[in-house]
Ligand binder design. Structure first.
Ligand code: MGD
Ligand code: MGD
Ligand code: MO
Length: 928
């Protein structure tokens, strides 16, 4: 017991309270849940004390007090269950109910307000309805949510949800007092406002005034509790790893709620909340398919709704046999190296592990890779080289403890929206947010410093920042001496990068560079977050080297509120990489070239020798298809016919394969080239673990059955392995996980049982009871000498720069509502309705120069290909650039992109191509 312990009397009992704890919280901790409406007992929600539903009496005070907001003070005598406060609370409740639709007609008969009323023995109000027609009633302008203002009790929770928890600032209160009601922006209908549909307000609303439309419009109309089962799992979209509660009704996901996972603390984004119904799409693969003998030549020519012109239905036995025989035949005729595999970062750890084991033992080589190659491969290369580990050194939630943070080449409000809520909260409470991006992306509004620089010039800008830090003596000498190597050489190297000269390259003036250098180096605790703008360049590894050096220079690693955090993309890209879906390393990044490593796996895997030669990477595999070195492929949960650079070339490669096995949940563009298609269960239809960007290993649980004959991926891989002659006998994912823990030190102290009961454990985990460590490397680095390394980086121009024929810059990326190649999200009703078609974004001045208005089509042409796409006006895009998302097959961005590779990470330059932009209308007119 410490001296600041507070002692109060609660309903006659002596209890203790922590400083700052409210009476409501103390009571809750001691087993009394005081009724509450405007108070939400969830992380991030500040008490507001406005609804009076939680009143209690405090000895010596004349008026009752709102327990949700009144803090405990030493010596207080509090009564929560005496006649006076109970009667007062009942009165409040009755007055509120008088102004609600009756429960039988409620928008949500299971709303929190009814529970709270019932808890006080109130079923209906004695009072007449106050003003039945007082406010406009239904606003159903939004596809995902409906607003029923007649049920609003002005509790303000939706405003706090929107403004303080998600920091979106869309909802406000109009009018005052009893006449107040929530408005969106400036009193727009919700569907026309700037709302990003995170649904936090719907989750928070205690009355059903804000409801998921899926419930309003369904048979469960008006009852949020009308479900058969609720299952805790993890969101299948991005690397944040939000924990969700899936409400299941009649074997379908009726709706989704955020739960208090370590990364998301109850929050979700539009995809996690409203994007799950892709699994119920009528286009799901439900039976195994085999290419027909008389099918037309392979190409993008299959209708996913009617594949029968190209494929015929097969039994599982027949399909597995066909898949295995085709691949084994190539292995026997041309050697195992003629077959390659792409595993999936959308599947579980266990599935990723089995997949690489299958390729390595079934075909005797390491030609196995996955989308990490197109993603953070360069970041991981630099991190491995300089700090000895490819994972983040601190979870993103550590930003709560930081004073300054850099977000560079990442657009988290769209791509890691729940992580972005923490970044915005950080800025709101005064943290210095430095955003470095060629695009005036949404975080700009929250940034204390926005460096909108020229794309592809990160090394110049970052070296200049570091030049200033060293020149002005702001670097952390003690840290550098204690924990790093290579500083002297590095110092000499960056002496050549003065801000005046670098300013000409990157377009940021020298004074701003100096200011930012001082801010970052001067802070006690700083973090660096980065994304694809850094990694997807031919100099992506150099970009990441600079970021690592910057953190080391300032000693911003290894303490709370400091760290390096490449925001990982797919829900399980961290885990799939850890599990060894990488051609040069085994699980836990153990080199295939290391004799001891191979001996370990030979013993663990029953005597099969592991090939000491690293395998080919994603883009190299495409080249090898064209060279006829790779003749067969097994592609599980990836869509390279959309996601690879220079994708027409990649599609041609796929068409040249003698045998292609695709395992997916949809008949994707890639599956159109397949010889055998194996229908898989989607994430909410299976059980297994996934690892998020924070290194948190979490349990995904089966909530609904898979459609038709679709099977869990791990089961299919096992069956295929057996067909290939491997004697595998896994009967459950827990057995696979147990085998992984034997090989992977990163999983020390993490067991299946722990994950079942705790939901999540972060690695590294020092003991069987520890939740794991958010911040690592406080006492040294996992490199040979225990020290981190400064690696100098030079300025390299992009592989292709604008010229007379291709005068503008094409950059590609993502949108909030869509996932990568669109396979999932274009089949999710709400998401598809919000972003139904392809558009490219251009600055209004560029549109004018081209003589087109937003909505008109333009033709984009690069050295690889050409396409037409509608335009959208966006001031965030600089006038010499065009932004194109890669989710749309009808305007597939990768037809245009450059497959040139970074030499270390082997990642292509998705973020920079020289492009010609012309009005498509003009072309048509000329043709007439
Ligand atoms: N909604 C949605 N969310 C996703 C995904 C999705 O498909 N949809 N995909 C997931 C995956 S796998 C990933 S990897 C992440 C990716 O998440 P992000 O890394 O945020 O991805 P991008 O939108 O591709 O690019 C990020 C930013 O890089 C900037 N940029 C472009 N060129 C440069 C440059 O030369 N230098 C710098 N410094 N910045 C530049 C762009 O303007 C953009 O703001 O998102 C994940 N989350
Ligand atoms: N132009 C351009 N191209 C890019 C990028 C860019 O920024 N610009 N970014 C790159 C990056 S960072 C990435 S990560 C890649 C992503 O590239 P991909 O991984 O190829 O893209 P996804 O669309 O996520 O593909 C996932 C596939 O898995 C399927 N799937 C989903 N759930 C399951 C499941 O449970 N089981 C099975 N078997 N299948 C499932 C989906 O239907 C889909 O076909 O794209 C890269 N390509
Ligand atoms: Mo990614």
């Amino acid at each position: 017991m410490t001296d600041d312990t507070i002692r109060i009397t609660l309903d006659g009992r002596q209890v203790e309270a922590a400083p700052g704890e409210t009476l409501w919280q103390v009571a809750k901790r001691h087993g009394t849940t005081i009724p509450h409406l405007c108070h939400r007992d969830a992380p991030g929600y500040r008490p507001d004390g406005n609804c009076r539903a939680c009143m209690v009496s405090v000895e010596g005070e004349r008026n009752l007090v709102a327990s949700c907001i009144r803090q405990a003070q030493d010596g207080m005598e509090v009564t929560t269950e005496g006649t006076r406060e109970v009667e007062a609370r009942r009165l409040v409740m009755e007055l509120l109910l008088a102004d609600q639709p009756a429960r039988s007609e409620a928008h949500d008969a299971s709303a929190h307000i009814w529970d709270m009323a019932a808890a006080q023995g109130i079923r209906e109000s004695r009072f007449p309805a106050l003003e039945p027609d007082r406010v406009p009633l239904l606003d159903d302008s939004h596809v995902a949510m409906s607003v029923n203002l007649d049920a609003c009790i002005q509790c303000n929770l939706c405003v706090r949800a929107c403004r303080e928890v998600q920091v979106n600032d869309v909802i406000g209160m109009a009018d005052r007092g009893h006449d107040a009601y929530p408005v969106f922006d400036f009193d727009d209908p919700m569907g026309e406002s700037t709302c990003v549909a995170c649904g936090e307000c719907v989750q928070a609303c205690p009355t059903g005034a804000l409801m998921p439309s899926s419930i309003m419009d369904s048979e469960q109309r008006g009852d949020r509790a009308d479900y058969d089962e609720e299952v805790d799992s993890v969101c299948p979209f991005c690397g944040v790893g939000c924990q969700v509660s899936l409400k299941v009704k009649d074997d379908r996901i009726a709706y989704v709620q955020g739960i208090d996972g370590p990364a998301n603390e109850g929050r979700l984004c539009v995809k996690g909340r409203f994007g799950f119904d892709y699994i119920h799409s009528p286009e799901r693969l439900t039976v195994p398919l085999i290419r027909r003998e008389d099918a037309p030549p392979k190409g993008l020519n299959v209708d996913p709704a009617n594949p029968w012109t190209h494929f015929r239905e097969a039994t599982w036995d027949e399909a597995l046999k066909a898949a295995a025989t085709g691949l084994a035949g190539l292995r026997d005729a041309h050697g195992g190296r003629s077959v390659a595999g792409f595993g999936s970062a959308k599947c579980t750890n266990e599935e990723a592990y089995l997949f690489q084991k299958l390729i390595r033992t079934g075909f005797g080589h390491n030609n196995v890779d996955h989308c990490t190659r197109l993603c953070h491969a360069s970041s991981v290369a630099a991190l491995q080289e300089n700090v000895g580990s490819g994972a983040v050194t601190a979870g993103f939630n550590e930003i709560e403890n930081a004073d300054v943070a850099i977000v560079i080449g990442a657009n988290p409000t769209e791509n890691h929206p729940v992580a972005a809520t923490y970044f915005k909260q950080f800025a709101k409470r005064g943290g210095e947010l430095i955003v470095i991006d060629p695009r005036g992306q949404a975080l700009k509004r929250h940034a204390s410093h926005m460096l909108q620089f020229r794309p592809g010039t990160d090394v110049a800008l970052l070296n200049a920042i570091m030049h200033v830090i060293v020149e002005e003596g702001l670097h952390d000498r003690q840290y550098i001496d204690g924990f790093t190597d290579g500083f002297e050489g590095f110092r000499a190297h960056i002496a050549g990068f003065d801000p005046e000269r670098m300013s000409e390259i990157c377009g940021i003036d020298a004074e701003t560079i100096r200011t930012v250098a001082r801010v970052f180096a001067g802070a006690q605790r700083g973090m660096i977050f980065w994304g694809m703008g850094v990694s997807q360049h031919i100099h992506g590894t150099d970009n990441a080297r600079c970021l690592i050096a910057l953190a080391l220079l300032c000693g911003h690693v290894g303490r709370p509120g400091t760290g390096l955090h490449p925001l990982r993309g797919q829900n399980n890209v961290q885990g799939a990489s850890d599990a060894g879906l990488i051609p040069m390393v085994m699980p836990d990044y153990a080199s295939v070239m290391d004799d001891e490593v191979r001996a370990l796996y030979r013993d663990l895997w029953g005597g099969t020798e592991i090939d000491p030669q690293p395998g080919l990477t994603v883009v190299e595999i495409v080249e090898a298809m064209h060279a006829r070195q790779i003749r067969g492929m097994y592609i599980l949960g990836e869509n390279p016919a959309m996601s690879d650079p220079d994708v027409e070339h990649a599609r041609d490669g796929l068409a040249m394969l003698d045998h292609l096995v695709v395992q997916d949940i949809f008949l994707t563009e890639t599956a159109m080239f397949a010889d055998v298609i194996l229908p898989a269960a989607a994430f909410p239809e299976k059980t297994g673990t996934v690892t998020n960007t924070n290194r948190q290993v979490q349990m995904g649980r089966r909530a609904v059955p898979a459609p038709g004959q679709a099977r869990e991926d791990w089961r299919i891989v096992v069956d295929l392995a057996r067909q290939l002659g491997l004697d595998w006998s896994y009967a459950d994912p827990s057995e696979i996980f147990a085998e992984m823990t034997r090989a992977m030190p990163s999983l020390d102290n993490i067991t299946w049982d722990r994950l079942v009961t705790e939901g999540a454990v972060q690695y590294p985990c020092p003991s069987p009871n520890s939740p794991g460590e958010s911040v690592v490397f406080g006492d040294g680095f996992p490199r040979a000498d225990g020290r981190a390394l400064f690696a100098p980086a030079r300025v390299t121009p992009p592989a292709e720069t604008p010229d007379e024929d291709f005068p503008m810059i094409l950059t590609t990326g993502r949108q909030l509502e869509h996932w990568h190649t669109g396979a999932m999200t274009r089949r999710a009703t709400v998401l598809d309705a919000m972003e139904p078609g392809a558009t490219c974004s251009l600055h209004p001045s560029t549109l004018r120069r081209l003589g087109v208005v937003a909505g008109d089509k333009v033709r984009l042409t690069t050295r690889r290909g050409s396409l037409e796409v509608a335009t959208r006006s966006d001031r965030a895009v600089s006038p010499d650039m065009v932004f194109l998302p890669f989710a749309y097959v009808e305007a597939a961005a990768n037809i245009l992109t450059n497959a040139a590779l970074d030499p270390y990470g082997k990642i292509p330059e998705f973020k920079y191509s020289a492009v010609r932009v012309e009005s498509a209308g003009a072309e048509e007119l000329a043709a007439e």
